[in-house]
Design a protein around this ligand. Structure first.
Ligand SMILES: [Fe+2]
Length: 307
């Protein structure tokens, strides 16, 4: 039993499931170039984990005619938490995909699924088989784990309210009134929201330090992966960044040094929106014409029950 006053919240971002037209290319990219490790293939879905993370997988890929975000998975630390979050989701009017029960996929566990107010399919999962992960070597420029996702939304405050009230996210910071950073553990953000049509802006992966971020950048360059923004260091979260495009046009980021936040004494601040606010060093602006994300249109996966 939990203490009275127990507040059900997710405790991490666990995975993003993507559908892509060219599965072979995306699989080779995430598995070889980007540095994830393929751990399973089941029912046409390829599961990739991060060497430094206990999560059973951090990316799931499937072939489909169109590129779309299929599912975003958040972990929870017990079945009562999954049940409580599901109850909050239904109370908030969320459209249900799957009631709490056995989780789909090779890692097993217990999960529920529902749509957020803009139609993103979400899963909250616990008790999946955790990986025997390892400590990365110094200089090993591969993901420690998944770091965060950034969404675009036509109604940032409404979406923020949903993720706070239903999934238990907490406000970390704002940039002006156009970008909000939310946390579900001590990492400054596992989710951030920008204006725009409802779609995914990017998926970020933590690497060990700025050295590994730079080494990863060099490896992408050697593999002709398009650098879309960076290298640089953000202001909110204080993390370093380099952004790239996957073969199917998914925006991915290597990041390091993301700030950690103590729930007890963190005071959210609002950074004034200036041209340099997302790039403290200014180095990310050296290459002209870069855009940090793919074209903006509503995600093709909205309101679709994941395959
Ligand atoms: Fe990011």
């Amino acid at each position: 039993m939990r203490d009275a006053g127990f507040m059900a919240r997710v405790n991490d971002l666990q995975y993003v499931a993507l559908a892509v037209p060219d599965l072979a290319a995306e699989r080779a990219f995430f598995g070889t170039t980007w540095g994830l490790v393929e751990v399973a293939e089941q029912d046409g879905k390829v599961y990739l984990a991060a060497e430094g993370s206990p999560h059973p997988f951090v990316i799931r890929l499937r072939e489909d005619a169109e590129r779309k975000t299929e599912l975003i998975g958040f972990s929870a630390d017990g079945r009562d938490v999954v049940d409580a979050i599901f109850a909050k989701a239904t109370a908030a009017g969320a459209k249900v995909i799957a009631e709490p029960g056995p989780a789909e996929g090779p890692a097993g566990g217990y999960a529920c699924r529902f749509f957020d107010p803009e139609g993103r399919a979400l899963e909250v999962v616990c008790d999946g088989t955790q990986r025997a992960h390892r400590t990365l070597e110094k200089g090993e420029a591969i993901p420690l784990g998944i770091s965060h996702v950034v969404f675009h939304s036509p109604d940032i405050k409404r979406l923020q309210g949903f993720y706070e009230e239903v999934l238990g996210f907490r406000l970390s910071d704002w940039i002006g009134d156009f970008m909000v950073f939310l946390r579900c553990n001590t990492a400054h953000h596992r989710l951030a929201i920008l204006p725009g049509p409802p779609t995914l802006n990017h998926i970020a992966f933590d690497v060990s330090s700025i050295d590994e971020m730079m080494r990863g950048l060099a490896r992408m360059h050697e593999n002709n992966v398009t650098l879309t923004w960076g290298p640089g260091r953000h202001t909110a979260g204080n993390n370093t960044f380099s952004y790239f495009l996957s073969p199917n046009g998914n925006a991915v980021e290597y990041t390091s040094d993301l700030e950690h936040v103590d729930d007890e004494d963190w005071v959210p601040q609002t950074f004034a929106p200036t041209p340099a606010i997302t790039d403290q060093w200014g180095t990310g602006r050296i290459i002209p014409g870069n855009v940090p994300h793919a074209e903006l249109s509503p995600d093709k996966g909205l309101w679709q029950v994941p395959a």
